[in-house]
Ligand binder design. Structure first.
Ligand code: AQP
Length: 333
């Protein structure tokens, strides 16, 4: 009898080296990835071509590329199991993005992208073409690897939907070239909000870093940031996204980093005030960061370079194959 070979599904995700990675990036993206490594074939990229859609300082960009790689490793991404690589090391990403710009992506799609609107703000006319076209490059990143699942935070859902639309349009015209990907978003913590303004997401490129807890923040600085985080009016510790968004955000962070259930926390803090709650949350965050940074500090830049080089070789082989299929399908290969 013929034995059915089960192949693992492919996962692709990435983070831009556009600032100091924070607990929002960790909770929304990286922490999910770690748990997926056993079950899936995982590919994680440092997406530096995305970072340059807004101006970067060259020295800082270089530093952030290695920093993110070390953060992936410290968080538990195992380079023996998963591929970790730098996006710009593989030209197939930008080549496929160009093809998709011409076949599949439409101006009407890009005009709907909320991240472009948020990031360009009132200066849309002077934003870079790259920032506008960012979702097409992201579609190329995903589609090059036959990706089935894209684990991301809530803010990236719209971009993954676009990648699906582009893939379907291309396939309709040229046959089954692309696998149709799907976003996977965690239930709690998909959108960690800023510490000082709960209507805004915690963002690594925020000009006010008091909004974020960076994974590499000085421990005492992080403690102060939590103590200064805004809370809502009232005194009770309750989870209520609508009426107590700031407190609900802090409860989410507490639950995930402290490995507790939100209803249990609410019960434990009944009758206690915001001050007690924030002090304990600060302890949880400090414990998490201390543990994380201990692991991070054991990884050298040279280790990270080696991981990126090995990852490049593995990713390149897959990407080249897909690009050849695409080039043949459209008549240039
Ligand atoms: N606040 C957040 N809560 C949960 N998940 C989040 N992510 C980002 N912010 C939060 C997820 O982290 C990954 C990082 O994606 P990215 O580097 O491509 O950029 P982004 O989504 O634009 O994240 P940032 O931190 O806001 O970066 P900047 O400031 O450079 O734009 C994604 O999976 C994202 O969903």
């Amino acid at each position: 009898m013929e034995k059915k070979i089960e192949t693992k599904k492919i996962i692709f995700s990435g983070i831009q080296p556009s600032g100091n990675l924070n607990i929002g990036n960790y909770i929304g993206a990286i922490s999910q990835w770690v748990n997926m490594q056993e079950k899936y074939n995982c590919i994680f990229s440092v997406v530096d071509y995305h970072a340059i859609t807004v101006k970067q300082n060259p020295e800082e960009l270089r530093r952030h590329i290695l920093e993110i790689t070390k953060i992936y490793l410290a968080a538990g991404i195992d380079p023996e199991k998963s591929i970790i690589f730098q996006q710009s090391a593989i030209p197939a990403h930008t080549e496929l993005a160009w093809v998709l710009n011409c076949y599949g992506a439409r101006i009407a799609d890009l005009n709907k992208m909320t991240q472009f609107k948020d990031k360009s703000g009132k200066n849309q006319e002077s934003a870079s073409v790259g920032l506008y076209d960012y979702p097409v490059l992201m579609a190329a990143d995903i589609l090059l690897y036959n990706t089935e699942i894209v684990p991301v935070g809530e803010d990236q859902k719209q971009h993954v939907e676009l990648a699906r639309d582009i893939a379907k349009r291309f396939n309709n015209e040229y046959g089954d070239i692309f696998v149709i990907p799907q976003a996977v978003i965690r239930k709690d913590g998909a959108r960690i909000m800023s510490l000082l303004d709960a209507s805004k997401k915690m963002s690594k490129s925020d000009s006010n870093q008091n909004n974020c807890i960076a994974l590499l923040d000085d421990i005492e600085v992080a403690r102060k940031k939590i103590m200064r985080a805004v809370t809502d009016s009232g005194t009770d510790i309750e989870y209520d996204m609508e009426n107590k968004p700031a407190l609900s955000n802090l409860l989410t962070i507490y639950a995930i980093l402290g490995n507790r259930e939100i209803p249990r926390l609410v019960k434990d803090y009944r009758g206690k005030g915001y001050g007690d709650f924030k002090k304990d949350l600060a302890d949880v965050v400090v414990k998490f960061l201390t543990n994380f940074q201990d692991k991070y500090n054991k990884i050298s830049d040279a280790d990270a370079q080696k991981v990126l080089e090995a990852g490049k070789k593995r990713a390149e082989a897959i990407a080249a194959k897909k690009l050849t299929e695409v080039r043949q399908a459209i008549g240039i290969g």
